[in-house]
Design a protein around this ligand. Structure first.
Ligand SMILES: [Fe+2]
Length: 446
């Protein structure tokens, strides 16, 4: 159990720092335990941190910046503290729960969640870790010279977001002093800004807060409120470590979100260009994407999977780019040869997208397999049941629903009820039952 926790912490640290090749945790006598994750070699650059009987050595493939070293050091020291606590404390179980929470929290930092969700998760985790009642992240507004709430957790959440916090408040003091501070007796402290408590009905008794930095510039403050008996130096240290990690993560996340936004707009432009070749289906890719995402959400896909599904659905017909207008836009019956050509849009699409570095197998599945059927009657390969990827099965249902409920040159839109009946008949036979059920829920809930 304890070893698992340590392994998880080591793995998480490795995930947070992609340049980290391997990490070793050594416990000296009497324990003499050594755990290593990853491969070490003489060519790597080691950085070691010691604390009493324990040491952590991080091996990097290249020299890392001073800023990264500082963050690594913080995480390593934090890890050592916990391990020490776990071994020394009589409350082994309670401490290992703490380690687990810290790991979960650090795991959230290593994920690619959207900034707002990530911050909310971190905040809730920190609150739990420090056994406090609430936490908030405030961001500095330079123009107005105030702090504004960005994310709040606990009882006050949703009630205080619009209240500006002045710079002579506790949060302002932490921000201006640029250091982690503990305020355990707020009743006598006239810096305590009462506006927030008044609006929320919450009574703040004590606070520990730490400034958040982004690329060398202080951008805000994270505050944790109300701990029974007050906060101590260890709480301050835990919070400071996570405040640093938040800043570190924000700097990489902002780049990621910006890139993802730009990427999606390019993909949407490509998808719309394909749809526009056929004036009757100009909203098709967008509609299929909307339905697919709603199905995906009901099926419980993660945020990362939904983002991939979005790309997959937007590009599901991208292969039509390779089909001649004479066939694609032909009115009337297609010859067998022409139909075979149309069918090849799945393979052409997969070939085009496979070459893009960020497109993985799941994304390709939605493009290649959205015309496959569970009973093997689909195309291009006649794949069956489990051979068809989840994205292929989701996009298939969304694609048919949109095609039948919208107008085409050869038909009027069919009524939604009729289309749902048709899909339900095929559920479990040709189409994935869970996907059809999810679509029905989406449509009837409208
Ligand atoms: Fe298609």
């Amino acid at each position: 159990m304890l070893e698992n926790n340590i392994l998880n912490v080591l793995l998480t640290i490795k995930r947070i720092f992609p340049k980290l090749q391997s990490i070793t945790l050594a416990m000296k006598a009497p324990l003499k335990v050594e755990i290593t994750i990853g491969e070490t070699s003489e060519k790597l650059h080691p950085i070691s941190f010691d604390m009493e009987n324990y040491s952590v050595v991080c091996y990097f493939g290249e020299k890392i910046t001073e800023k990264d070293t500082l963050v690594v050091k913080n995480v390593a020291m934090y890890l050592l503290k916990f391990i020490k606590a776990v071994f020394q404390s009589m409350r082994v179980e309670a401490e290992s729960i703490k380690v687990r929470r810290a790991v979960e929290l650090a795991g959230a930092l290593a994920s690619n969640l959207r900034i707002d969700r990530l911050l909310k998760q971190i905040q809730e985790g920190i609150c739990e870790l420090l056994e406090a009642e609430a936490a908030s992240i405030l961001i500095y507004n330079e123009k107005k010279n105030i702090l504004e709430f960005m994310v709040t957790t606990g009882e006050v959440s949703g009630r205080i977001e619009k209240i500006p916090v002045p710079m002579n408040s506790i949060a302002g003091t932490i921000f201006l002093n640029e250091k982690t501070m503990i305020f355990n007796d707020l009743e006598k402290d006239n810096r305590h800004f009462k506006g927030v408590d008044k609006a929320s009905g919450f009574v703040t008794r004590n606070i520990v807060g730490s400034p958040i930095w982004l690329d060398g510039k202080k951008i805000g403050v994270i505050e944790v409120l109300n701990k029974e008996g007050g906060f101590d130096a260890e709480d301050a240290e835990v919070l400071e470590t996570f405040a640093k990690l938040i800043g570190y993560k924000l700097s990489t996340l902002q780049g990621y979100e910006e890139m993802s936004r730009r990427l999606k707009s390019v993909i949407l432009a490509i998808a719309t260009a394909i749809d526009k070749r056929d004036r009757y289906t100009h909203m098709h890719s967008k509609n299929v994407t909307d339905y697919s995402l709603r199905i995906g959400r009901l099926l419980g896909l993660s945020q990362k999977e939904l983002e991939e599904l979005e790309i997959s659905a937007l590009l599901h017909d991208v292969g039509k780019i390779g089909i001649e207008d004479a066939i694609l836009l032909k009115r009337g019956k297609l010859t067998d040869e022409e139909f075979a050509r149309i069918k090849s849009h799945t393979i052409i699409g997969a070939e085009i997208t496979k070459k893009v570095r960020f497109i993985n197998r799941d994304i390709v599945s939605g493009i290649l397999e959205h015309h496959e059927k569970l009973d093997g009657s689909g195309y291009p390969y006649g794949k069956k049941n489990g051979e068809i990827g989840l994205f292929g099965r989701i996009v298939a249902v969304a694609d048919i629903f949109d095609a039948l409920t919208t107008a085409r040159p050869y038909k009027d839109p069919w009524p939604v009820d009729k289309v749902l009946c048709i899909l339900k008949e095929d559920a479990g036979v040709k189409l994935d039952k869970k996907c059809v059920e999810a679509l029905e829920k989406v449509i009837t809930a409208k």
